[in-house]
Design a protein around this ligand. Structure first.
Ligand code: GDP
Length: 445
């Protein structure tokens, strides 16, 4: 399994401890890793080159803040630049036009145009409360017209009939006329695709664009297309003034590098992501989150921020000092560590932010149960007297019964907690202090 970018960078960084600045000499190796990570995510080579040059510009001379090392700082810069390149903020469908607002769908065959037309229909009906009409101008594949009919019905929209004997332009204008006369807010026009770029196809969709004057011209592209996405995007961009991109099939296992390529080539914002074959499988595109996916490291930046925010550094330092001075690890410390974990945003929200390779391992774990367990452990420790927490060896049968009753659990659970405590105490002795601090430092790279 490929290691994540932050793993690789931290390996490199070990060789340059104590450097407080990103310099020409230390940045080269790090950028090579970033470049590899982007290529592995299927970002097109010319796009990678451009991107690396921009990151280098931004990174050189950057002072590395506080406890970060240059590798971590660079990951931060790369992540931010990726998110910025793929678009910031949220952009929904633009409907600022004299109704009906026309949305033209463009893309290769199989990209997911028809599916996305239905998903958008549903989105516009349920989220934007619009009256929506769809029409297919794909006169080459009668099955495509039928498919649109079916999925439009599923989405709760209305479908305008068309057939292969008509010209695409005729169909579009008839649908537009119908939409006007029946007061539709939106007309979605699905178009024919081809398996590859084709001049006749481009001419046809240009003609449709001229006839319809759409407020949105959406380029639908399959995230699994990887490197090829660049050529497709370029051809559609040259043919049409694109206003947005829909990246489909992000539920597959591609790292979604096509997003970066397509965004860079078209200059159009990525508005939505297709995340399943189902009609609800459409999400507003989230550039920040996607940047983490492209880098193969989940939302690691948000995780690091959350950890820094949630953890009381003073308390953690005191704890580390106490351990070092041989103060021993008691149930108070155990409780403190448990509540730190809770402050860090709960287990399941942390898991969400971790790289997929890590969470895959934990996928079997029941996170709700883990959180319940943590709360129960807290309840048990809170039922102990301060002395008992300092000296767990005092906890004989009668005290355990009292504590169990106080916390509303069985005595076995008190025993289980004491076992876990013993294990953690053993671990702490081995680590000689600062368990949480160390763990966090490791996590940050
Ligand atoms: P079109 O030729 O561009 O109209 O493409 P279709 O809408 O017919 O989609 C082609 C195939 O991709 C179909 O089997 C769809 O179910 C599938 N598809 C479309 N969007 C998604 C998506 O976001 N996720 C997944 N898993 N499949 C999708």
């Amino acid at each position: 399994m490929a290691s994540t970018l932050s793993d690789r960078l931290s390996k490199l960084v070990k060789t340059m401890r104590g450097q407080a600045r990103i310099t020409e000499s230390n940045v080269q190796d790090m950028l090579r890793e970033v470049r590899m990570a982007l290529l592995e995510a299927d970002v097109a080579l010319p796009v990678v080159r451009d991107f690396i040059a921009r990151v280098k510009d931004k990174a050189l001379g950057t002072e590395v803040a506080g406890s970060l090392n240059p590798g971590q700082a660079l990951v931060g810069i790369v992540h931010k630049e990726l998110a910025a390149t793929m678009g910031e903020g949220v952009s929904d469908i633009n409907l600022a036009a004299q109704p009906p607002a026309v949305i033209l769908m463009a893309g290769l065959q199989g990209a997911g145009k028809t599916t996305t037309t239905a998903k958008l229909t549903k989105h516009l009906i349920t989220k934007r409360k619009k009256k929506v009409l769809t029409v297919s101008a794909d006169v080459y594949r009668p099955a495509a017209i039928e498919q649109l009919k079916t999925v439009t019905a599923q989405a709760g929209g209305e479908w305008f009939p068309s057939d292969p004997t008509q010209k695409p332009r005729e169909i579009a204008l008839a649908a537009l006329d119908y939409a006007k006369r029946h007061y539709f807010d939106v007309l979605l026009v699905d178009t024919a695709g081809r398996l590859g770029i084709d001049e006749a196809l481009m001419a046809e969709i240009r003609e449709l664009h001229a006839a319809l004057n759409p407020v949105e011209t959406l380029f639908v592209v399959d995230a699994m297309q990887g490197q090829d996405a660049v050529n497709t995007a370029k051809a559609f961009k040259d043919a049409l003034p694109l206003t947005g991109v829909v990246l489909t099939k992000l539920d597959g296992d591609s790292r979604g590098g096509a997003a970066l390529s397509v965004r860079q080539i078209t200059g159009a914002p990525i508005k939505f992501a297709g995340v399943s074959e189902k009609i609800d499988g459409l999400e507003v595109f989230d550039a920040e989150r996607h940047a983490g996916r492209v880098l193969g490291m989940g939302d690691i930046v948000a995780l690091v921020e959350e950890v820094q925010k949630g953890v009381d550094m003073d308390a953690a330092q005191k704890f580390a000092d106490k351990m070092k001075s041989g103060g021993g690890f008691d149930l108070n410390d155990f409780l403190a560590q448990i509540s730190q974990m809770k402050k860090m945003g709960g287990l399941s929200s942390l898991m969400d932010k971790l790289p997929s390779q890590l969470t895959a391992k934990a996928a079997g774990a029941d996170m709700d149960k883990a959180e319940r367990d943590v709360r129960r452990m807290e309840g048990i420790i809170n039922s102990m007297t301060p002395l008992e927490r300092r000296k767990p060896e005092l906890l004989k049968a009668s005290r355990k019964r009292r504590i169990a009753a106080g916390a509303g659990v069985h005595v076995q659970e008190v025993n289980r907690l004491l076992n876990q405590f013993d294990q953690m105490q053993g671990m702490m002795k081995k680590m000689k202090g600062g368990g949480l601090m160390k763990m966090m430092k490791r996590m940050g790279g």
